[in-house]
Design a protein. Structure first.
Length: 118
């Protein structure tokens, strides 16, 4: 019984440490745009991911680079904000779902937003 409790406690600590390393929340990480809140997240590799939230509900949880699927996210904050705003514009207000139906965004979107995708 003690071994199980010890293992459970160790697992809980590992989860807490992993969560602390993957996200950081600063007051300026929340951006209001078109009635949505864009919540930027800085991951452990230094890249950025984000959530797009409406009325307390997460509509888009973007953890990977939307152009190449890399778990590092986008390299700089400004690019992450550009793409998150682009995604917010493409949310159907009636359903709260993205109009864009692909896992990865086309490279043309990166060009349009003047983002270099590695």
């Amino acid at each position: 019984m003690k071994k199980r409790l010890l293992l459970l406690a160790a697992f809980a600590v590992m989860l807490i440490v992993a969560q602390a390393q993957t996200t950081s929340h600063q007051p300026d990480d929340d951006i209001s745009f078109n009635g949505y809140t864009i919540h930027l997240l800085k991951n452990s590799s230094g890249g950025f991911s984000w959530d797009i939230i409406s009325k307390g509900k997460v509509l888009i949880h973007q953890v990977n680079n939307p152009f190449n699927g890399s778990s590092d996210g986008l390299k700089n904050r400004e690019d992450a904000i550009k793409v998150a705003k682009w995604q917010a514009i493409h949310i159907n207000p009636a359903t709260g779902q993205s109009i864009v139906r692909t896992q990865q965004l086309p490279v043309e979107v990166a060009r349009q937003l003047k983002i270099t995708v590695e």
